[in-house]
Design a protein around this ligand. Structure first.
Ligand code: GLN
Length: 555
């Protein structure tokens, strides 16, 4: 059976949750026995989001095969369990860079290179590339209809509808119905305009998913159907949900998956069960207890900057039946004298990934505080590098220990800087080499790498196996020259690359839960299957919350 394509566009405003709608629909189709794949087209000109600031764009999601992608790919993976690939996210920047190098090679010799057909052809190739094993490819277009950068993408998906035929393509448009308090009404006009815009570029949506903060009256749905030329049952309400895990069921109750199958004249291959989703919603909404976790980071002004991380904490909370309250602490608050006050009532401390020197002093103070007060600590990537810097400074007395990422003067210690630029590593059987001053985009150590765990360690206990694989995204590495001396203080490198050269996990013997990892475990956590470290961390926080010796309450 040929693959069907479901295109998801957005209108009126951004941040409407197109990614969640796409992920939920994919999960529903998967639950009906179909094989799905999700893709994202991002019209911006960056080649990938790798060099973007997370406070602007949200987190950079890393795939198994080492692509730095849009955070929606994280939703796709979490909702369907299907690992995204390098080829599942493309930006206008990448399309243009491919196009221009082809032009330089002479591939278009004699011809004028144009948006139509050259750019649009590359987009179409991307959308349809190795997608013959799937029943459905769901392809989301970033931004909103009418954006200048989006035009070639909309044109490409329009052409695909024409070329593949409407029995292989469906267009789904996600819009907003704002509530106008003075009129006490949900307004359909922005939706009408946005569909008008879509139709002016030749796309007639088959389904309209209407986001609203309250029940959409039937009369309004009828109006949208009529003005937008869509069947009434294809106007789907997507009301604000208290939990993202409710979205698949809500959309199912509105008939979204049914409408899509009807469009393609297809029948379910399996009976859909939403029991698992219902179970996690119940757990998430009525937990038996709660834990407070301080997240000491730099990008705390935008929740999306740590999307996979907060999701992974929620997954662990679901597993342990507790609500995980994240206390966002900008690392700079730890630089103040009353920093400890900010940790009042905190059951655990997490220092996530990060870049650059800003806030480092505060992060080091947070590590020291967690280490000395035996508060559960979880350091991720930068959170591990910083932890080792802290311990080398405070346990070994190397006061000028730091990371060469901060362009500091080199340490006087003969063992060298504690965290330094990675200049060489093995990847897919080849040696990757880097030097300072090279390109910043796409050049980190990226994607899944194996790691061996030491028997008897906390890490081994957490994973229950000796060989693991986790996703990475870093340019610097911890210097192992300090390992021997740190061991005397109970600090153990319990996970390393299989050749023993690269440190992957640090922990402290005798501390209730102190684990810092060079990789990003948050990318592999799933709502139905919490990541073992997050699970262990939340469990430790839960245990800590029961002890009297909470921060600030200690005698
Ligand atoms: N800035 C550090 C590095 O590049 C850590 C990166 C991260 O936390 N993802 O190695």
């Amino acid at each position: 059976m040929p693959t069907r394509f479901i295109f998801i566009t957005g209108g009126v405003v951004s941040s409407l949750g197109k990614g969640l709608s796409a992920s939920s629909l994919a999960a529903l189709l998967q639950g009906r026995g179909f094989k799905v794949r999700l893709r994202k087209l991002d019209p911006y000109l960056n080649v990938d989001p790798g060099t973007m600031n997370p406070t602007q764009h949200g987190e950079v999601f890393v795939t198994e095969d080492g692509a730095e992608t849009d955070l929606d790919l994280g939703h796709y993976e979490r909702f369907t369990g299907v690992d995204a690939k390098k080829t599942d996210n493309i930006t206008a920047g990448r399309i243009y860079s491919t196009l221009l190098s082809k032009e330089r090679k002479g591939d278009y010799l004699g011809g004028t290179v144009q948006v139509i057909p050259h750019v649009t052809n590359l987009i179409k190739e991307f959308v349809t590339r190795d997608a013959n094993k799937e029943d459905f490819v769901l392809c989301e277009i970033g931004g909103t209809v009418g954006d200048i950068e989006g035009l070639p993408f909309f044109e490409a998906i329009r052409q695909l509808g024409y070329e593949l035929g409407r029995d292989r393509v469906i267009y789904l448009h996600v819009t907003l119905l704002p509530y106008v308090a003075a009129a006490k009404e949900l307004k359909t006009k922005p939706t009408q305009h946005s569909v008008k815009e879509l139709r002016s570029i030749g796309i007639q949506p088959d389904v309209i998913v209407c986001r609203a903060d309250r029940e959409i009256p039937i009369g309004e749905k009828k109006k949208i159907a009529q003005f937008c030329n869509v069947r009434e049952e294809c106007v789907i309400s997507a009301l604000d949900a208290t939990s993202i895990y409710k979205v698949p069921k809500n959309l199912h109750l509105e008939g979204l998956d049914e409408r899509v199958l009807q469009h393609f004249k297809m029948k379910s291959k399996a009976e859909l069960s939403l029991k698992d989703w219902e179970r996690i919603v119940t757990r998430f909404e009525s937990p038996r207890g709660e834990v407070n976790i301080a997240l000491v980071g730099k990008y705390t002004s935008l929740g999306d900057a740590y999307k996979s991380l907060t999701e992974a904490l929620d997954h662990a909370g679901i597993e342990h039946n507790v609500r995980v309250n994240v206390k966002w602490l900008n690392a700079r608050v730890f630089e103040s004298a009353d920093a400890e006050k900010k940790l009042q009532g905190v059951d655990a401390i997490l220092v996530p990934g990060g870049f650059g020197e800003e806030g480092v002093k505060g992060k080091i103070a947070a590590v020291k505080y967690a280490r000395e007060n035996k508060i559960p600590y979880f350091g991720i990537c930068f959170g591990m590098q910083i932890a080792v810097v802290e311990m080398v400074r405070n346990l070994l007395g190397v006061k000028d220990a730091t990371s060469s990422e901060f362009h500091a003067a080199p340490t006087k210690d003969p063992r060298g800087q504690v965290v330094g630029l990675m200049t060489e590593w093995e990847q897919d059987g080849a040696t990757e080499k880097r030097s300072s001053g090279g390109d910043l985009g796409g050049t980190m150590r990226l994607g899944a790498f194996p790691c061996s765990l030491q028997a008897g360690s906390l890490a081994y206990k957490i994973y229950g196996e000796a060989k693991i694989s986790e996703r990475h995204r870093h340019r610097y590495e911890v210097n192992m020259n300090y390992a021997e001396e740190l061991r005397e203080h109970g600090v153990v490198f319990s996970g390393t690359s299989p050749d023993g050269k690269l440190p992957e996990i640090v922990e402290i013997k005798g501390h209730p839960f102190f684990i810092a990892v060079q990789f990003h475990p948050e990318f592999k956590s799933r709502p139905f299957d919490a990541h073992p470290i997050f699970s262990g961390f939340v469990k430790a926080a839960k245990e800590y919350s029961k002890t009297a010796a909470k921060v600030g309450e200690a005698a």
